[in-house]
Ligand binder design. Structure first.
Ligand code: UN1
Length: 505
């Protein structure tokens, strides 16, 4: 495998940061930005101290007291400007995403496109933060609800979508009148610096207060300060179930609000009537794309036994043609795993699967990359049953194949995992498709028909059930999590009738 020289990657990172207008005078800090492309250092970054976090929250809280009274359509101006800057710097930011997360440029640009899309959505939303008016049971009374800004939102994001997830939260939070303190993954500090610089510029350009956004960098201990600070009204955290288990109860203990986007163990059911050409394309993108490192990646296939052999053979031959390697190279579709521990977790899972009677049809091996980069060919594994390893999320490209004969059995297998993020069915049978989407079908937050589990549009609410954490971000009415609701009763009569017919005279 032909990998670029580490110095060339450092230079590309530096230039992309400069084009995004980032301050890059802080090299020398203890935080090391690495690239999974070669496993080498890109540059060092200053980590935030506990006092820095405290100052950031104070500034965001002060800014909130001002920002909450700016009319929402005016708040939209900063997000509109951010969307313009993201459009201008789409390739610069995508370059940093490729460098830090290892995504191929098309997927990295797709991630930045999600940011532009959510900015457009949020600008529209800034004129649509609707409250309802309900019929009052009392004459001369109006019953209605108003949505108000919530406060400081603490955003904790993961390495695999280092910029889009921040923008889903931030674009919506800002139009809702909240301010944001962001703790990105310590594996992607440079993309975060670039986003922060673009938003700071957007704020300057439209005259919004600088304190509406702050970036804090570091490991888990920095995130913990957001979790425990009572001034952070909402903690929106994306990451592992283990992280969510730590964050959820701590925020709840101080009666703060939490929005959790945790692990997925996403499955597709492939029915006998499925269009297999389409299914294979959808499956390969969802399972092998982003090297299996999306929370929506396809990890389980539940295939009718009558089509299982043919489907496995077709996926395996598609996998054989996938080019794995330097994401910047033309034709490469699968980049590196993020680091060594991701590779080791993948090997451990494959060993467990074999011990449980599974057969590795293809993939799983490391394919070049020198000592410190981890490139793997996506693995396809036939399993005799949904054993414990299949029920876990391994953040790597492993696709387990299970078979079914009876549709109820397929649904049962589908739902018999602790996670509940994304799901899909490939079928041309309308009854099966509708049943999959019904109350007794898929138990996930996302359920699709004839497309894969990954690659959701921003217009819908994004998130899942069970150990996925229950949060919803992005489109639809996910904005409600970023505001507080007040119920108002207004008496415009000269009498005082009590509700429920109560007499008090
Ligand atoms: C994630 O992996 O954390 O649906 C987010 C998708 C993307 C977002 C994934 N739009 O695959």
């Amino acid at each position: 495998m032909n990998l670029p020289a580490p110095e060339e990657l450092c230079r590309r990172a530096e230039e992309a940061l400069i084009r995004c207008g980032a301050e890059i005078t802080d090299a020398g800090g203890p935080l090391v930005a690495r690239t999974p492309i070669t496993g080498t250092e890109l540059r060092t970054v200053t980590a935030s101290s506990a006092d820095d976090v405290d100052r950031a929250i104070t500034a965001a809280h002060d800014a909130f007291l001002e920002w909450r009274s700016v009319p929402a359509p005016q708040r939209g101006a900063v997000v509109r400007r951010l969307g313009q800057l993201l459009t201008e710097h789409k390739t610069d930011l995508a370059e940093l995403v490729t460098l830090e997360a290892g995504k191929i440029p098309s997927e990295a640009q797709g991630e930045v496109q999600e940011m532009i899309d959510i900015c457009e959505f949020a600008v529209g939303l800034s004129r649509q933060l609707y409250g309802r008016t309900m019929a009052s049971e009392r004459p001369g009374h109006r019953l209605m609800e108003t949505w108000h800004p919530l406060g400081v939102v603490g955003v904790i994001s993961a390495f695999n979508f280092p910029v889009a997830v921040w923008s889903w939260n931030t674009a919506v939070a800002l139009v809702c009148g909240d301010t944001v303190v962001w703790k990105p993954s310590d594996r992607t500090p440079l993309t975060a610096i670039a986003c922060d610089a673009l938003l700071a510029r957007a704020a300057r350009d439209v005259g919004a207060p600088a304190g509406i956004h702050a970036l804090v960098q570091g490991a888990g201990d920095i995130g913990e300060r957001l979790v425990d600070d009572a001034r952070v009204a909402l903690v929106s955290a994306t990451g592992s179930v283990r992280m969510g288990r730590a964050v959820g109860p701590r925020v709840a203990a101080r009666f703060g609000r939490c929005l959790l986007e945790l692990g997925g163990n996403n499955a597709a059911v492939v029915a006998p009537s499925a269009d297999l050409d389409l299914a294979v394309r959808g499956i390969v993108f969802s399972a092998a794309g982003t090297a299996g490192q999306r929370c929506t990646s396809l990890r389980r296939l539940i295939v009718h036994s009558s089509v299982a052999d043919e489907l496995v053979q077709r996926i395996s031959s598609a996998y054989g043609q996938l080019k794995v390697g330097n994401p910047f190279d033309d034709g490469v579709l699968v980049g590196p795993l993020v680091n060594r521990s991701a590779f080791e977790a993948m090997q451990t899972a494959l060993d467990k699967a074999r011990a449980d009677g599974g057969t590795v049809v293809c993939g799983g091996e490391r394919s070049g990359g020198g000592d410190s980069a981890y490139y793997v060919s996506p693995a396809l594994v036939r399993m005799p049953a949904q054993t414990s390893v299949v029920q876990e999320e391994t953040f790597a490209p492993i696709l387990y194949v299970l078979t079914y004969d009876d549709y109820d059995q397929a649904i049962a297998l589908h739902n018999e995992v602790p996670q509940g993020l994304s799901s899909s069915i490939f079928t041309t049978d309308q009854r099966e498709a509708e049943r999959f989407l019904a109350a007794d079908g898929s138990d996930c937050g996302i359920a699709n028909v004839n497309i894969g589990t990954s690659g959701a549009e921003i217009g819908g609410a994004f998130g899942g059930e069970k150990e996925t954490g229950g949060g919803r971000e992005s489109g639809s009415d996910a904005w409600k999590a970023y505001m507080r609701r007040a119920t108002n009763t207004v008496n415009y009569s000269d009498r005082l009738p009590l509700a429920q017919g109560v007499e008090f005279t």
